[in-house]
Ligand binder design. Structure first.
Ligand code: ZN
Length: 106
């Protein structure tokens, strides 16, 4: 093997090129994994594992709570509307409100 085949794209000696391809692939995966979590939607976009985890946690928490809030607001509004019309759903929640409305033919 000539030494020129051990040079990377930037022309510097890269000894990892002397490794078998499957070992190189594994190494690349490990390097990637040390920064980003498995399942990160943008692998390599984060500077550290912690940053990756924080980004994921934040977006998950914000996304979930916004969705739950919107759902809760809609359920509450439907419940209030049903009460205003003189109905008494068993509980707050779309399925209860809708069951009550159906029962009275509203
Ligand atoms: Zn990441």
């Amino acid at each position: 093997m000539s030494s020129s085949s051990l040079r990377g794209p930037d022309g510097r000696l890269d000894l990892s090129l002397a490794l078998a391809p499957y070992i190189r692939a594994e190494l690349a995966e490990l390097t990637e994994a040390s920064k980003c979590r498995t399942g990160c939607p943008t692998p390599g976009a984060h500077q550290s594992w912690g940053e990756c985890a924080r980004a994921a946690n934040l977006s998950t928490m914000v996304g979930d709570s916004v969705q739950i809030n919107q759902q809760g607001e809609r359920d509450l509004a439907a419940y209030r509307e049903a009460r205003r019309q003189g109905m008494q759903p068993q509980a707050i929640g779309r399925k209860f409100t809708e069951a009550t409305k159906k029962a009275v033919g509203a």
